[in-house]
Design a protein. Structure first.
Length: 756
């Protein structure tokens, strides 16, 4: 009880003291008390004291050498002295698992913990303190830190099937996880476009399956290819080396071997395990391919033999088996599959997938391991001991937790780091979507729908990095960092005092360490953001903000790039005509951000009042209903941010032009990207009215007409007086078999409704 009361007192005290000085540690410690009475300077004379043989000693020595340029002498724990850094490992200490404490005073720094993980996390916090204060040529102030993680699974994923990265890059990635006290590396090793792990019993998996004849370039919608052979794989010795490296950083490597879908690379090597017998080639397109493993006894034996070689390489408790996006097209047509369904008394191909997963789970359980899979493994019934990784929102995770299965939350809305994180027009090409830093930071892995008991089944969460559009590791760094830092803070455990502004301020200070590490992190945080709304006189109003409130914003309206002599932003900008706005932030006359470029096209409905029958998805809300009349058009090559997205819902938009106007045409922008489950509406209906009561007969446009217009649907109308316009776009509903996302609700993306 005394310890708890002391903790509470210190916490209350710290809430006052911390406000005076931001300590740039990410993730934010549970408790920091600044003494403001003394400080400690690490010098060449400082001694490192630690238990003999402690593995963290060498790691701390390396950090200090990199940060300060000298190596510390070491002594054992029995040789006490002043001017020292002491590592104290005492399992008998009354501390929680992975908890650590740091105490800094005038004579020493002491890090203590009950286990090696705790010591390691304490060292990471000290690492960030050293960077911050050494960059200012000042000693570290006296302080006390008491800290421990909230979630057991604090993970990051990396896809090496779409693009392959050498061992050195994988080790760098592990270093980044370690920096932020993350403890799980989910390694996605196989997919349609490449098999990346050596299996000695089946050498063709790498001799054939690890190489494709070419790769896609540009966005999937463009269907362009580079004509260049591509590939690579990790030997089992490579795997052992990386797993051992991760273990030194207290990170568990969880391998993913995809089954029963995403199997084309494996089937190109061994077509006999398919439904049709092939032939196949390693996938060159991104997305979901129809040919999957045939779930018969021969295939199961093949995959069991693969797992016999995979499991010994990875000490992890879990083996990830994928289980996502498995089209049932081949199974529906396969005589062997239909016979198996009948033999096992199954009701559908979905239950056949559940049967397959259950057989694999039983085998993995016999090996002393557990399976985890994407939330599709819930379909047809969940295998008895399986854990679920919820990516299609949080619904799968909620269902699994309520059924008393462990869950790792990884919804696309917050945890997919292949989405854009800044203004798409200035960002590298990505798959789509918009997941800025603040969205990641606001994530809560525990859904409110769960009871306290059910919440105990949430292991944690992870960020996913799918690499279709990341050809080299610098691009991986750009997409993962600093969103990884935001997620790490979420998973370490935010408290009531945590807020995005505080995180952002610490991150701005923390960037110096990433610069020192030569990380190609995203600068989207520095970008100028534009908020578009209606002015008092019903024109477009643009409000600009910069990440750093002290930065100056300069802008132009003549299509030239802004400099520190351009127009200085002081108040909202009113847009009255077709205009290209360009803006950038400057600190001390040095440009800090990329140039924000936005074209505005003014028409009769610009800045009009719009209402929607149904709200768009939270993942694709853009500027809500106003996005349909804000004069900005969604980018078809880099779609996501400017589009409104509706999952499985129709769109009914009503526009009030404010007064009766002469109108000749109405144009609606819609999008198609089947690989991302986005489909044109099956029909668009447009009607209009002068009084808001009596509407014209609907003008309907079929999906064929929409396709032929490439999504820019224009309806010519007799010149007439109109004030109100209704646009109804009908969603495709469930995605048909044989298409990406089969069986899932189709997305309908809509943007500007132009009235002329």
């Amino acid at each position: 009880m005394f310890r708890k009361l002391t903790y509470i007192f210190l916490f209350l005290l710290s809430s006052v003291i911390i406000a005076q000085s931001s300590i740039p540690i990410i993730p934010k410690p549970k408790l920091v008390v600044l003494e403001n009475t003394s400080s400690f300077l690490i010098t060449k004379q400082t001694v490192l004291i630690a238990p003999k043989g402690n593995p963290e000693v060498q790691y701390l020595k390396e950090i200090i050498n990199k940060q300060l340029g000298f190596e510390l002498a070491t002594k054992t724990i029995t040789q006490k002295s002043n001017n020292c850094i002491e590592l104290s490992l005492n399992p008998l200490q009354k501390m929680e698992i992975d908890e650590y404490k740091i105490n800094i005073n005038a004579t020493n720094i002491k890090i203590e913990a009950s286990n090696s993980e705790g010591l390691f996390y304490g060292i990471q916090s000290l690492n960030q303190l050293i960077d911050h204060y050494s960059s200012k040529n000042s000693p570290i102030p006296a302080l006390t830190i008491q800290d421990q993680p909230k979630f057991k699974w604090r993970g990051m994923h990396l896809d090496v099937a779409r693009h392959f990265f050498p061992k050195s890059d994988i080790k760098k990635y592990i270093d980044y996880l370690a920096l932020y006290k993350m403890n799980v590396f989910h390694w996605h090793l196989t997919d349609d476009q490449g098999w990346r792990i050596e299996i000695k019993k089946y050498p063709k998996l790498t001799s054939i399956g690890a190489f494709r004849k070419e790769s896609m370039v540009g966005h999937y919608n463009e269907q362009r290819f580079d004509g260049k052979p591509y590939g690579g794989f990790y030997t089992q010795d490579d795997i052992k080396e990386i797993v051992a490296y991760a273990k030194e950083k207290h990170i568990t490597v969880v391998p993913e071997i995809e089954m029963p879908g995403h199997a084309t690379a494996a089937l190109a090597a061994y077509p006999k395990f398919s439904c049709t017998g092939g032939p196949f080639e390693v996938g060159t397109k991104w997305g979901v391919l129809d040919d999957v493993f045939c779930p018969n006894e021969n295939t199961l034996n093949f995959l069991k033999a693969v797992l016999d070689e995979v499991i010994p390489l990875f000490p992890s408790q879990y083996i990830h088996i994928g289980g996502d996006e498995c089209p049932k097209t081949r199974w529906h047509e396969c005589v062997k599959c239909q016979a198996l369904i009948k033999e096992k008394g199954l009701k559908s191909e979905h239950e056949l997938q559940s049967y397959f997963v259950t057989q694999i789970e039983k085998y993995i359980n016999k090996k002393g391991k557990k399976i985890i899979g994407w939330d599709e493994i819930l379909e047809g019934g969940l295998a008895p001991n399986a854990a679920v990784m919820s990516w299609r929102g949080t619904e799968g995770g909620i269902a699994a937790a309520k059924a008393k299965h462990f869950v790792v939350m990884s919804p696309g809305s917050h945890c997919y780091f292949d989405h854009y994180q800044g203004e798409q027009k200035t960002e590298p090409l990505a798959i789509g979507g918009y997941t800025p830093l603040e969205t990641v930071y606001d994530f809560n892995p525990i859904p409110t729908e769960l009871s306290t008991e059910e919440s105990n089944y949430i292991l944690g969460a992870q960020g996913n990095v799918w690499t279709e559009y990341m050809e080299d590791f610098a691009e991986v760094e750009y997409m993962a960092m600093p969103r990884m830092a935001a997620l790490a803070e979420v998973l370490w455990g935010k408290d009531a005092s945590s807020n995005y502004l505080d995180f952002k301020n610490r991150l701005l200070l923390h960037f110096s360490l990433l610069d020192k590490m030569k990380v190609n992190y995203s600068k989207a945080l520095f970008e100028v953001k534009a908020k578009i709304s209606t002015s008092d006189n019903h024109l477009l109003k643009v409000e600009l903000t910069a990440a750093n409130p002290s930065s100056s914003i300069f802008y132009t309206l003549d299509n030239s790039n802004p400099t520190n002599t351009s127009l200085l932003y002081r108040q909202p900008i009113i847009i009255e005509k077709n205009t290209t706005l360009k803006a950038a932030s400057f600190d001390s006359n040095v440009q800090k951000s990329a140039v924000l470029e936005q074209k505005f096209e003014i028409h009769l409905a610009t800045a009009a009042t719009v209402s929607l029958k149904d709200e768009p998805s939270n993942s694709y809300k853009a500027n809500d209903a106003f996005s349909l009349v804000d004069g900005m058009y969604g980018d078809r090559g880099k779609f996501g941010r400017d589009w409104l997205g509706f999952s499985g819902k129709d769109v009914l938009a009503t526009i009030d032009l404010g007064s009766v106007k002469k109108v000749q045409s109405i144009t609606v922008d819609v999008l198609s990207s089947p690989a991302s489950w986005i489909y044109y509406p099956k029909q668009i209906a447009i009607s209009y009215s002068e009084n808001g009561i009596d509407y014209s007969a609907e003008s309907t446009i079929s999906v064929k007409e929409i396709e032929s217009s490439k999504g820019v649907v224009k309806v010519e109308i007799p010149t007439t007086s109109i004030r109100y316009i209704k646009v109804n776009a009908y969603n495709q509903g469930k995605i048909l078999e044989g298409n990406p996302g089969a069986g899932e609700p189709a997305w309908l993306f809509i943007d500007e409704i132009k009235v002329e």
